[in-house]
Write a protein that binds this ligand. Structure first.
Ligand code: CDP
Length: 234
């Protein structure tokens, strides 16, 4: 795929690519693959919200104290760097030089991240950092509000969707493949709850940008979704 794509004149390629969609819709898998096919930077913005959530939990902070959580987001230096280990990570997440990549995937982070990401001040702090990085171009940025708020002038906007059942199944399979144990119904309930909070919040709710291409992926394999996405880049 990379070879086929590289026959395209680079001036015709979209430089800022935004991929949004609900939990476990395949944004990271597709985004990472697309970025490596194009030789672009892959930036998963959800990791920044996850990092703040994990830090707040680690410091035993009250997650409902919006002012304190906002101050934490404003003062924390979060770095997302290329993966330094081959342990299944897409990239490293570093806070003050400390590797917290796997902590950001803990179930307690999953359960609380949507509360933290709904705070206006947290979003202002993190999305301005994201915008600064995105504006450099040659980037595939994934999240919930990239096409609508962070990079409204992105060259290509994709919204990946799938039913909650399909997404819960994908997340379940992912955990089992990593050797963990999981309960499908529990995952489904959490996916639905996170979608509800993400799409009904006042600030930057999850929704497709008006000029986004919406792909419904329920019946598609990862390869099929990727084919469609790469075709859009042409
Ligand atoms: O990987 P998954 O789709 O489960 O989640 P994620 O992309 O890591 O994002 C975790 C949470 O961060 C989401 O449920 C949102 O609440 C929040 N988020 C956001 O509000 N805006 C973004 N641009 C990215 C993530």
């Amino acid at each position: 795929m990379k070879e086929i794509y590289n026959t395209m004149p680079s001036s015709n390629r979209p430089s800022m690519i935004a991929i949004d969609g609900p939990a476990a819709s395949g944004k990271s898998t597709i985004g990472l693959r697309l970025a490596s096919a194009l030789g672009y930077l892959f930036f998963d913005t959800g990791l920044m919200y996850r990092a703040v959530t994990w830090l707040a939990l680690d410091h035993d902070m009250n997650l409902h104290d919006e002012a304190a959580i906002t101050a934490l987001a404003e003062k924390t230096q979060i770095d997302v760097a290329p993966a330094s280990k081959s342990d299944g990570r897409a990239c490293d997440v570093l806070v003050a030089g400390r590797d917290i990549t796997w902590q950001t995937r803990l179930p307690e982070v999953d359960a609380n991240v949507s509360v933290v990401s709904a705070y206006r001040g947290v979003r202002a702090a993190l999305s301005s950092q994201q915008r600064r990085i995105g504006k450099r171009g040659q980037i595939v940025m994934v999240g919930r509000d990239i096409g609508t708020v962070v990079l409204p002038d992105a060259d290509l906007k994709i919204y990946l969707d799938a039913s909650a059942e399909e997404r819960a199944k994908r997340r379940y399979d992912e955990i089992i493949a990593r050797g963990g144990s999981a309960d499908y119904h529990n995952i489904l309930a959490k996916v639905i709850e996170r979608d509800r909070i993400d799409s009904t919040r006042d600030v930057a709710p999850l929704k497709a940008a008006e000029d986004a291409v919406v792909l419904h992926t329920d019946k598609l394999t990862v390869d099929e979704v990727f084919e469609q996405v790469i075709a859009l880049c042409k």
